[in-house]
Write a protein that binds this ligand. Structure first.
Ligand code: PMV
Length: 301
């Protein structure tokens, strides 16, 4: 039996703008999806959603991974057991972590010899097939671990501070939100395009501040980024409530992460303030999750 795991991710800066070629900074976090794979007579996929064979309704990502990997090796039977610490559809990259960890488990079990670069690329193709649209960000960061500026794939230093995630408990559709931004951009190109390019500039300033371990500036830039995300229509009342509650307890900065419209926000904070920020998020109706950035990408356990 092979057990592999891969991390989720957060965006410090640049979601949505990255779809238009602007820079973003994305970090792997210490919340993982684990996949156990063992040889058997037929295909069986087991998760909190239930049991199935190849089934694109119930288990679309794992089904797609098996079908794609059948192009490299004959896979007659395999039992795949999924456990995840990541809330689904909430901007933390749960589908990428599942896709990447399943590819690595089958890669090992069937001795396919895929490199990390190939795993990331296959993962991106599968996410794009299943979702109809996906940037390579989630699958790349989940495969490699650490902190990356995209689209350049520049590896950055790990931030040494606390991260508190606040889950609104409402899932959201990345596809729909990306489409909404595209429509807004079509209606008001002279307004929306500069906003997206300013978000890209925020990412560049963010990179400089990270290089200098200047958390106060990173936080201020996150807050500006949040204002611009609100302006392009991907905020929500619940996200704002969690974001303002985290800021009121002294977080360096707070913003939504991922597609928005629901899902999760993140607060960057001094380690001494993690409990206060976490309590504030809970009082504001969110589910707080304390985590940190990890250098560990997909691994065989
Ligand atoms: O909601 P998530 O975790 O899939 O992140 C979406 C990030 C976007 O920039 C909005 C879209 C993308 O594909 O990069």
């Amino acid at each position: 039996m092979i057990t592999s795991s891969a991390p989720g991710k957060i965006y410090l800066f640049g979601e949505h703008a990255v779809v238009y070629g602007e820079s973003a900074i994305c970090c792997a976090i210490n919340l993982r999806t684990r996949v156990q794979a063992e040889l058997s007579d037929s295909v069986e996929i087991i998760s909190v959603l239930g049991r199935s064979g190849i089934n694109f309704e119930k288990h679309p990502y794992v089904s797609a991974v098996i079908e794609q990997m059948r192009k490299f090796v004959p896979i007659k039977g395999v039992t795949i057991n999924i456990n995840s610490e990541l809330p689904v559809g909430s901007g933390l990259g749960s589908s990428a972590a599942l896709t990447v960890s399943t590819i690595q488990a089958l890669n090992q079990l069937f001795d396919c010899g895929l490199s990390l670069e190939q795993i990331a690329e296959l993962g991106h193709n599968i996410e794009r097939d299943v979702q109809g649209n996906a940037s390579p960000t989630d699958t790349y960061v989940s495969t490699m671990g650490g902190v990356f500026m995209l689209p350049h794939r520049k590896k950055l230093k790990l931030a040494n501070c606390g991260i508190v995630i606040g889950d609104t408990g409402r899932d959201s559709s990345t596809k729909k939100l990306v489409l909404n931004v595209a429509e807004l951009n079509n209606s008001f190109p002279e307004i929306i395009s500069p906003i997206l390019s300013i978000i890209g500039k925020i990412t560049s300033f963010g990179e400089y501040s990270m290089y200098n371990n200047d958390y106060l500036s990173i936080g201020k830039l996150m807050n500006i980024n949040q204002g611009l995300l609100d302006s392009i229509g991907v905020g929500s009342l619940e996200l704002s409530q969690l974001i303002y509650s985290a800021r009121s307890k002294g977080a360096y900065g707070a913003k939504l992460t991922g597609a928005g419209g629901g899902g999760c926000m993140i607060a960057l904070t001094d380690t001494g303030k993690i409990n206060d920020v976490s309590d504030a998020i809970e009082s504001a109706g969110g589910i707080p999750i304390t985590t940190n950035i990890t250098d560990k990408g997909v691994i065989v356990e």
